[in-house]
Design a binder for this molecule. Sequence first.
Ligand SMILES: Nc1ncnc2c1ncn2[C@@H]1O[C@H](COP(=O)(O)OP(=O)(O)O)[C@@H](O)[C@H]1O
Ligand SMILES: [Mg+2]
Length: 307
Amino acid sequence: MIDIHQVRKTFKTGAMKIDAVKDTNLSIQQGETVGLVGESGSGKSTLGKMLSGLETPTDGMIAYKGIELWKKKKFKRLRPGEIQTVFQDPQSSLDPRMRVKDIILEPLLALNSKERKEKGKMERLIYLMKRVGLKEDHMNRYPHEFSGGQRQRIAIARALITDPQFMILDEPTSALDISVQAQVLNLLKELKREKNLTYIFISHNMSVIRYMCDRVAVMYKGKIVEIGPVQSIFQNPKHPYTKILLSSLPSLFEETKEKINFSHPPSLSSESACVFYQKCPLRQEICLKEPCYQPASENHTFSCHLQ
Ligand SMILES: Nc1ncnc2c1ncn2[C@@H]1O[C@H](COP(=O)(O)OP(=O)(O)O)[C@@H](O)[C@H]1O
Ligand SMILES: [Mg+2]
């Protein structure tokens, strides 16, 4: 469904250049939930935004069902609303001056006039509101009248109104209380089954990733350093960074209980072939000089000299 090939995104702010995403490859099959995990600033949202059309890749190729995104003419062949995003913070992604009804229906404005004028629009609105756990009479209220969890349900209904096939969920429950988080995650799982959706699920929380995803890609400083089926990554993490991520949750992950020693002093070298060189407890000279292996998408692979 999605094919990401050697994609790079460089941001320029003044004289500074940041490679938010570096030479990244990833493919996603229809019906999968693929997790992107990694600490803040690792490039997860930037990758998600390039898939949803909010950012342009500096280099590389992204295809959706064989249609190359970002090639203007081809992009038009894509049905608007086929790819939708749900963001972390419903507070800032929902316009406070709009009623719930108009918020949920808004994405239809981007569609062609036939779908916009469709008679069944109100029925669909009511069906979706109920489906995500809202009440019909909520439609005339404003976002501030709702709890965080309810606001995220509004955001989910808005994403579903265009009948998408692929959804980018960018930390959709990170701002919610634990108990509410579980309810929203379960709703997303049910919706996926019901509507045959494909998800990219972005999170910095390993247990949420384990609960939601079929496969997971671990990102560090703009690179996917390890990718594989979720069970395999959790039972047998291979990249030193993934091991560290998992060892910070020892009670959940008995297999990786041995903590990695982090006391290794960081090197003064700023340019290294390996993105994790500075913090890696297992680094060697070769890691500075030679590029690591590129992880392939299908199996459990990782990008490190210590294969
Ligand atoms: N619009 C932007 N302009 C400049 N730098 C950006 C922009 N968006 C993201 N970045 C930078 O790119 C890097 C990756 O950010 P992001 O994709 O948001 O990471 P994550 O979602 O994993 O926290 C960070 O260093 C961030 O500061
Ligand atoms: Mg982010």
